[in-house]
Write a protein that binds this ligand. Structure first.
Ligand code: IDP
Ligand code: MG
Length: 134
């Protein structure tokens, strides 16, 4: 059954001109880009999206970073889209991410790891509503 997930190309990747190549990865896998918008994440959206990390040592840097420049917000759909997108993205730390994954191929820094993707169908529904307001 088709599922929708929230995927965001982070500021470092937008600044580096990687939007086309990152979107291509998802489309090549057979997933569909349902919605796509370039914009800046507000402080409120950042706090809501990363609520689970509040209080962690990297939290302030994470919020500063994700609001630092334009991102590409997307809703991506397809069979098991949540899990499939996370697989295509690779491990959180790009240095641990396998070659062939988006983070493995385009990233080197934990704080600026190219993409965000929802980690469960529940997170996906929550995050789509944070960023697309429904
Ligand atoms: P995920 O993005 O793979 O779901 P999470 O653990 O949810 O990983 O962390 C959210 C984001 O916070 C990561 O993508 C990464 O950019 C950042 N992050 C996570 N852990 C650390 C850390 O230990 N140091 C710096 N940044 C971190
Ligand atoms: Mg996460």
């Amino acid at each position: 059954m088709d599922q929708s997930t929230y995927v965001m190309i982070k500021p470092d990747a937008v600044a580096r001109g990687l939007v086309g190549r990152v979107v291509q990865r998802f489309e090549d896998a057979g997933l569909k880009v349902e919605r796509m918008e370039l914009g800046v994440v507000t402080a409120q959206q950042a706090a809501a999206n990363y609520a689970e990390h509040a209080g962690k040592p990297f939290y302030d840097g994470l919020i500063a970073y994700i609001t630092s420049g334009p991102v590409v917000k997307m809703v991506i759909s397809g069979p098991d889209a949540v899990t499939v997108c996370r697989k295509l993205m690779g491990a959180t730390n790009p240095r641990d991410a396998a070659p062939g994954t988006i983070r493995g191929d385009f990233g080197l820094i934990m704080d600026a790891n190219v993409v965000h993707g929802s980690d469960s169908p529940e997170s996906a529904a929550r995050e789509i509503s944070i960023f697309f307001g429904e």
